[in-house]
Design a protein around this ligand. Structure first.
Ligand SMILES: Cc1cc2nc3c(=O)[nH]c(=O)nc-3n(C[C@H](O)[C@H](O)[C@H](O)COP(=O)(O)OP(=O)(O)OC[C@H]3O[C@@H](n4cnc5c(N)ncnc54)[C@H](O)[C@@H]3O)c2cc1C
Length: 405
């Protein structure tokens, strides 16, 4: 493999950085990690449980992590690449040109990491961030409870101060991949007498701690991506509290902003398997006089494309405004529009597939079509997870438009 581009300082010559990066990626990225993720295969979420990952996927993660390229803009001491914005953009462009799939994904990288960077103590950052960046630890999110979803601040999972440690009792619901995660970040009630938003802590808990158990919940798509998580007299060191013991609500909201931005990006996705929707429509529906045979479908695809372009431009504008520090409350708008758009996209995909989209399993259906049908069902949850569409509309009404209660 060619020598890697190791420059935490911005190189004088971005062209040279691009050249080195391109050469390094061409050597480092296994062929099977290029192009769309085949149906049935998933991205690498990191963590100790890598059983479902191919050798190439593990190799790709290791190589990218060694370079700090899984989180290129994080500081080097926290496992990042120390790249500046221009370099990170070049890296993204070169990865895209190679059609390389992300080496790592997950809530540690997307949600907890950025919050830890902002509010974690130096000890917490050094302990957790490098393990996130290298994909060594997989995190899950312990927010929702049986009586606390939209009204999250009603949560009851209790963390009692026992002097040297907290004693945690209670349960969490809809904890995505709790059965496969190494650690969980959890909202816990630390002061039951305080007003509900004021008595909440943000606790980092090792899933191997005695007293934690999980039970899988099955979805309509046939998958079991989430669990109920139980805590019975779980001992958690006090050093694992992020921020003040009763200041967790503010941290929880910060993290939700990252979650909603990530959910918003769903709106711009292409067809299942990475091909374009138009290619799929041409193949399934066919052409007449050089255009799609079904004029109504043609219209729906064109409308969706326009909506996706508008969404992408808005997301870019919001990103730029955020960097200038001039905007607030737009996460809810993007989450709402992005996830509703993704549901619409799957409705169009299902219309394209027609009877081909009615399969559940069996060799008479193409794997791509079976995957699309299941993903269509999964997309229904997009406007629930990370806060429902109704709640986003409430936030937009109150915080963005300033409407009265
Ligand atoms: C696929 C998926 C993955 C998830 N992963 C996780 C995870 O990893 N960790 C985690 O902690 N949670 C997770 N969740 C839970 C998710 O955050 C909650 O489902 C969501 O916040 C809604 O809460 P709820 O299910 O209790 O619904 P409820 O709050 O009971 O809401 C039921 C309905 O009432 C509506 N409603 C409620 N209050 C209002 C109001 N004030 N105004 C208008 N309408 C209202 C809602 O919009 C919804 O339609 C996940 C959910 C899904 C679907």
């Amino acid at each position: 493999m060619s020598s890697p581009p190791t420059s935490p300082e911005p190189p004088a010559d971005l062209d040279a950085f691009r050249e080195d990066t391109r050469r390094w990626l061409a050597d480092a990225c296994p062929q099977s990690m290029r192009g769309p993720v085949p149906p049935g295969e998933g991205l690498n979420w990191g963590g100790s449980d890598q059983a479902d990952q191919s050798e190439d996927s593990r190799l790709w993660l290791t190589r990218m992590a060694e370079q700090g390229f899984t989180l290129p803009e994080w500081p080097v001491e926290y496992g990042g690449g120390g790249l500046n914005r221009a370099e990170a953009k070049i890296l993204r462009q070169e990865l895209k040109a190679l059609r390389a799939r992300p080496a790592l994904t997950g809530v540690g990288q997307l949600l907890l990491g950025p919050v830890l960077l902002e509010v974690g103590s130096e000890t917490q950052k050094l302990e957790h961030l490098p393990k996130i960046a290298r994909g060594q630890v997989r995190w899950c999110q312990g927010y929702s409870e049986p009586g606390a979803g939209s009204d999250l601040a009603s949560l009851q999972c209790r963390a009692e101060d026992q002097g040297h440690h907290y004693l945690v009792n209670g349960s969490k619901l809809w904890t995505s991949y709790a059965d496969r995660a190494d650690w969980i970040f959890c909202l816990v009630r630390t002061d039951p007498d305080a007003k509900k938003h004021d008595g909440i802590g943000f606790l980092l808990i090792d899933m191997k701690s005695p007293g934690i158990s999980t039970s899988k919940i099955r979805l309509i798509s046939g998958e079991s991506p989430f669990c109920e998580t139980f805590f019975e007299n779980v001992t958690v060191p006090k050093a694992q509290m992020l921020g003040e013991p009763t200041g967790g609500w503010g941290i929880a909201k910060k993290l939700l902003q990252y979650e909603r931005s990530a959910a918003a990006s769903l709106g711009g996705s292409s067809a299942v398997g990475g091909g374009s929707m138009l290619e799929l429509a041409k193949e399934v529906v066919g052409l007449q006089h050089g255009t799609l045979a079904d004029p109504e479908l043609r219209l729906r695809i064109a409308q969706l494309k326009m909506d996706q372009s508008a969404m992408a431009l808005s997301a870019r504008r919001v990103g730029e405004e955020k960097r200038e520090g001039t905007v607030g409350g737009t996460g809810a708008i993007l989450k709402y529009v992005g996830t509703e758009l993704n549901k619409k996209r799957y409705e169009v995909l299902m219309s394209i597939l027609g009877t081909q989209g009615l399969g559940w399993d069996g060799s008479e259906y193409k794997p791509r079509d079976l995957a699309t049908t299941r993903a269509w069902l999964r997309s229904k949850a997009n406007s629930i997870e990370g806060g429902t569409s109704e709640i986003q509309l409430n936030i937009i009404a109150k915080r963005v438009l300033g409407m009265p209660d």
